[in-house]
Every structure is written in C-alpha cells, then in structure tokens.
Design a protein around this ligand. Structure first.
Ligand SMILES: Cc1cc2nc3c(=O)[nH]c(=O)nc-3n(C[C@H](O)[C@H](O)[C@H](O)COP(=O)(O)O)c2cc1C
Length: 343
C-alpha cells in the first residue's frame, strides 16, 4: 500500500500511466533542475560522461524531453528510435506491466514522429551540453528488409551534426523481420553501407554502436560481435527486450519483455561479450541494458565490465527521480572508481 501511495501511477493502466508520465516528467524536472551527478565518470573517444547511467532507447522517442532528462541527472541520453518517415507504430494494446514481478511488456513497433521532427528538436539544443546524446535509429515498417540500410543511412546523413553517436537498432522484436539482419549471413552486408556513409560525413569518426538481442544464443551473439567488430562498430548495447520470459506472466506471446525478468539474460549476454571480446575490446564501448532496477545492479554491471548502463523499465516502476536517487545511493555504496580514460 505504501508503495502505491508513493507511486500512484502504478495503479493506472499502463497506457494511461505512459501518457501521463510524459507530462509529469516536465513537472518533476522543473522541481529538480540539478546538475548532472558525478560518479564513475568516463572519457571515451572525446566524449565525457559525468556518470555512466543513461536512458535507454524508446524512453524519449522523438527527442522531446532531452533537457528534462538532463535536469533529472542522467549521465547520457539515447534518443529514438527515430525512423525516416513518421509512422504510428503497431495498433491495439502496445504496453503492459506486472507490478509484482517488475516486468514490462511492449509491442510498440517504433511509433515515431519521423526524422524531420527529431531534427527540429535537436537543433534547439545548446552547443554546450551537459551529457553526450546518442541517436537510436531504425527502419520504417513499410521499408522492405533488403532496403533497410537505406533508412539507417538517411537517419545518419541527416542527424549526424546534432548527436555524438548512433545506435543501430536491428534488435527490436516489434518490427517484422528486423532481427534477421543480426544473422551471420546478413549482418556484414547490412552494416557496410552504413560505414560507407559515415566516412563521407563531416564527422567521419562518429561512433556507430549496435544494439543486440537477448534472444541470441551464445554462438549467434559471438558471431554478431565478430562481424560487427570487423566492420568497425565502436560498441554494443546488450540488450533489447526479449521475446521469451513469459513464465508466470500473462503477457501476449508477441512483443518483448523487459524489467526484472530480463535481468539474468542481460547479465549473461554481457558476460559472453566481455569474455569473447577479451583483449580486443580496448576502446570499444559496452553498454549494459536490461533489468537494471537498483544501485546494486548498476554497480554489478559496471563490475562485470560494462562501461555504461541504461534503464527503461526501472523508470516505469521507480519514476523519473530514479537517476538522482540512485546517484545518492552510489555515494553510500562505494567510493567512485577511478575514471577510465581511453582518450
Ligand atoms: C515501452 C518500451 C519501449 C521501448 N522502445 C524502444 C525503442 O524504441 N528502441 C529501442 O532500441 N529499444 C526500445 N525499448 C527497449 C529498451 O531500450 C531496453 O533495451 C529494454 O527495455 C531493456 O531494459 P530495461 O529492462 O531497463 O527496460 C523499449 C522498451 C520498452 C519497455
């Protein structure tokens, strides 16, 4: 009962809470307006992260709340998924949650106001920014898989002056066929034109990161790491939502599950990646995402080898003050580890 008094949005249906949450964000950030908390800082390829904890892809799909998230204490932002053209996403029920299991289910399918809208928002940001901003990009549902690269290229060409890195999202389970691009026989051919594009821009060394799926088995994950490593991917986000994990949950069979049930799978993927990359990792970036719902779990992922960490579901259960509260908890949990510097 106390939990519901402190977090009344947990009594609302998920879709209503989601809509109200966006409005409440402005109010909370207005109350907060604090500087980015400093803990476990990181310098990476010319970017400075005052703390390693950011919002995951999908939280701010259309780049509308960036300065609010800055006030709420994030160490970096991943905005998007942005698609070239506006699209509504999937019809019907697209989000649900299970409070007792701290689980979230979604089948949103990239609802996006499109590239032009995000560009307009990004243009209004100050040149001096408190944190790095990554753009997560995807393909429109109507674009055939064989032409998917073209959608990613368009996003890179238009957005690159305004962001610090791109996250290539081919791991969402909610766009038909998208995950096929992660397969060994398709990944190289998909990625190569993206690198061809970036080298021709005004930021030829702009990092491209790849977001991976938790549903890949060990062999598939390692193959994707190897192929993308060779192609020049600067880092990986492990992981997106899972199409499995339905035990004890009444979510529909389609769509992806995140939150606490994803924790073990996400940890496992991070462990495989750290072990498999070994010495090769050097200045590549590992970002852990999936079931990070507490300061203890955040620290564990950093200790396991993640450079940065992210949350989405924790915001649904804990609210937007999560990042500030977690930063306070960090002070009590451990002295800030030394800043890793790979400049
Ligand atoms: C409602 C919802 C929408 C999401 N939308 C996106 C998206 O647009 N792009 C993306 O890359 N990931 C998306 N995700 C996945 C998250 O970025 C994250 O990888 C996943 O939820 C696991 O982290 P978590 O357990 O902290 O939620 C979404 C997740 C949720 C719950």
């Amino acid at each position: 009962l106390v939990n519901y008094l402190v977090k009344p949005w947990l009594l609302l249906p998920s879709e209503t809470a989601h809509e109200i949450g966006k409005k409440a964000l402005k109010i909370y950030s207005g109350l907060c307006s604090q500087k980015t908390p400093e803990w476990h800082p990181l310098h990476w390829r010319g970017l400075h992260f005052k703390n390693p904890f950011g919002i995951s892809g999908g939280v701010d799909k259309d780049c509308e709340y960036i300065s609010d998230w800055w006030r709420l204490g994030v160490g970096f932002l991943e905005v998007g998924t942005v698609t070239p053209l506006p699209q509504p996403g999937n019809a019907g029920k697209v989000i649900d949650r299970n409070n007792s299991q701290r689980a979230v289910w979604n089948r949103m399918g990239f609802p996006s106001k499109g590239l032009e809208y995000s560009l307009k928002k990004l243009r209004t940001l100050p040149i001096e920014r408190p944190t790095p901003v990554f753009a997560n990009v995807g393909k429109n549902a109507a674009t055939p898989l064989e032409k998917a690269s073209l959608d990613y290229i368009e996003c890179i060409q238009r957005l690159h002056p305004f962001v610090d890195a791109f996250v290539i999202n081919i791991s969402s389970p909610n766009t038909q066929g998208l995950r096929e691009l992660l397969r060994e026989d398709k990944l190289k051919a998909f990625l190569e034109p993206l690198f061809g594009t970036i080298v021709k821009t005004s930021k030829p060394s702009m990092p491209l990161l790849l977001k991976l799926s938790p549903d890949m088995d060990e062999a598939a994950l390692k193959a994707a790491l190897d192929i993308s490593f060779e192609a020049g991917i600067a880092g990986w986000i492990l992981t997106n939502t899972s199409v499995s994990l339905r035990e004890g949950l009444t979510f529909p069979p389609e769509g992806g599950v995140s939150g606490l049930p994803l924790q073990a799978q996400s940890r496992q993927c991070l462990k495989w990646a750290v072990e498999h990359l070994g010495e090769r990792k050097k200045d590549r970036l590992l970002i852990s995402s999936g079931g990070i719902m507490s300061a203890e779990e955040a620290l564990l992922r950093l200790e396991m080898g993640a450079d940065l960490i992210q949350a989405y579901s924790a915001l649904i259960f804990e609210g937007p003050m999560f990042f500030c509260r977690l930063a306070d908890r960090m002070k009590g949990l451990s002295p800030p580890p030394e800043s890793a510097s790979w400049l």
